[in-house]
Every structure is written in structure tokens, then in C-alpha cells.
Design a protein around this ligand. Sequence first.
Ligand code: ATP
Ligand code: MG
Length: 369
Amino acid sequence: MDLGALNPEQLEAVLHKDGPLLVFAGAGSGKTRVITYRVANLIYTHEVPPSQILAVTFTNKAADEMKERLRYLLGMDIRGLWVGTFHAICARILRESGRAIDIPPNFLVYDESDQLDLIRQVLSELNLDEKQFNPRPIRNAISRAKERLIMPEQYAAQASDYFERIVASVYPRYQSALQAANALDFDDLLLATIRLFTEQPRVLERYQQQFRYILVDEYQDVNYAQYVLVRMLAGAHGNLCVVGDDDQSIYRFRGAEPELILRFKHDFPDAKVVTLERNYRSTQPILDAAFRIISQNRVRAPKRLWTDRTEGAPVTLTPVSDEEEEARLIAEYIQRQVYLGRRRYGDFAILYRTNAQSRAFEERFLRER
Ligand SMILES: Nc1ncnc2c1ncn2[C@@H]1O[C@H](COP(=O)(O)OP(=O)(O)OP(=O)(O)O)[C@@H](O)[C@H]1O
Ligand SMILES: [Mg+2]
């Protein structure tokens, strides 16, 4: 296997074998590459059986990409390796072993729209009008509670305002309705796995022995339940590698606790820490502009990205009075660059925050065509 595609810090993280490892790094610095190469190196150099490695990704797509990459690096299909999101991994563990806590292997997994249907059903049982009590915030509140491992009784005991008391009355009924439907929602996949491991220590022990190496990507976005699960699984051997970037935590609104990555060093005082600061995606002017903004965050680990691509246009900020003017200025800029022969249309990308904002651009471009 060719480790020449790694810089010295990445190599250090990849070669570290046993014990906790925190890879702390900025955007585009090769965190996912480190995870992938670490898995490959454990299999190739240390002959760790793939079935003893658990790699957690943030999305299903990222899991597929990692498998594809490993196939390429190792020149073969790796059977038995566990790569997936927390939800996918928990679902698999529960289908294998959930019987021990009375979860049948054929349970259903409810998505958000199933959840909302169920909450509507509970609201009507409680004679609460769904026009007055919007099911969505109730669903979200229950989800936030579950991510923090707060069960219905405890939630009810802590409920402090009118909305929370409504949620407290829905929550236990919602759980019963899930159970009656032989279903788990996404949060339950984690909760039930934690319950399985807590109530059946022998089952936990079996998985601890199976997963001798655990790797977690995008660790800045784990929520409390996911954190607890990782600690349980890695508890016996501590061969846990987490990679993440506190600056990139964007999921606090749905329960992520970026403090957990900063806490890793307290949880594992003997953890090896590797910081990746070399960026492979952007030019230095872009990294500098990003740094000037992010460095004003009060709670963040110190790091500063650099690249050897020192050249590059500066980032410009152009205030405009409305969306039409914005679209016009951008269209004119693109036209001009293409006209001067500096760029082709395919060199440009326009990012906007919500789909509705594409309209002004589409209209402008149609007109300029
Ligand atoms: N040592 C290296 N040499 C050349 N290219 C590299 C190196 N390390 C990473 N890259 C490239 O940089 C890009 C970013 O890598 P990667 O996705 O692993 O970074 P990341 O830190 O996980 O990014 P993100 O913050 O978006 O999760 C990829 O295109 C990758 O191929
Ligand atoms: Mg990544």
C-alpha cells in the first residue's frame, strides 16, 4: 500500500496503532483520508481482520465512498468490515442482538413523516387540535430529549413551561405507539442499543471484543447519545480514533455537541493528538478570509489552515440592494470573464442559501443568453 500520498502529520495519525487518537483538523485537510488510510493500514500492515474494525461516517453516501476508496487502496473487496452511520450500525446490532431486550429482528424504522403521523395520532387521542399544536416542534423536542438520553418520566419531571408539558404528555404515548407498531424511530436506534448494552453486559462485551478498532469521522457533530455509545464500545480497549473540526460543527440545532470533541482529551488523558493544518482544497486568500471570521469564535481550539497554493484571487464582498441587482452583477461578471477568454461557463458555481433564491439568477441568465 502506498503511504506516499500522505503528508507527515497524516502519516503520523495513520501509523498510530493502539490507544486513543484525536485528529483535530480544519476543513479539507485530509481528515477523511486519514480515517480511510488508517483502516487500510490496519488491515494491510497489521493484518487486523476487517470484521474487527468499525468505521462511523456521517452519511450513507460517505460510507459508500469510504468502501469504494478502500477497495481501491487494498485492491480487493473487504468483507466483514463495518462502515456506516451511527443509525445504520445500531440498526444492524439491534437486528442481530435486539431480542435480548425484546426487540424483534424485523422491527420497522420510522422516518420523519411516519413520526409526524404518529404524533398527530397521539394529539388526537389527547383531544389536542393539531392546528393549535404543531406536530413538528413536538417531534423535534422529543428527538432532542432522546439524544440526551432523557426518557419520558424524566422529561415530565423536568418540564417547566406550557410547551414542555404538552410534549411531556405526548412523549410516553408516542413511545407506546411506536412499540405497538413494532417500530423504532432514528433516535430509538441509538437509545435501544445503549439500553441493550446497559441491560445485557455480556452483549456489550461481545461487541467490545469484536470491534477492536473504532474510528469516527465528523466527530464534532456527534450528539450525547452517540458519544455515550462510542465510549461504551471503546471502553475496554480504548482503540478509538476520532477526527473532527470544532469549526465545522453545524448541527447544534439538531443535538450535536461540539464540546464533546474538545472533551476528548479529558476523557482520554493519554490520547495522542494530531493536528492537520495543511489544506488541499482552497487557496491561501480564501483560507485567510475564513480564518479572520472563525478566529472570532470564543470557544475553539487554536489552529490555522495553510496551503502551498499561495496565489489566487482575493475574496470580494459586494453589497447589493436587492436580489435582481445581485443576479445582474454576477451575470455580468461571468459574461465578461468568458468574453475575455479567461474562463468558460463551466468554471463558475453559484451557491445560494435556499432553493427559492435561484429564481433571480435563472431569470437573469435566461435573459442574457
Ligand atoms: N496528502 C495529500 N496530498 C494530496 N491531496 C490530499 C492530501 N490529503 C488530502 N488531500 C485531498 O484534499 C481533499 C480533502 O481531503 P479530505 O476529504 O480527506 O479532507 P477532510 O478534512 O475530511 O475534509 P472535510 O473537512 O470536508 O471533511 C481531497 O480531495 C483529498 O484527496
Ligand atoms: Mg471529511
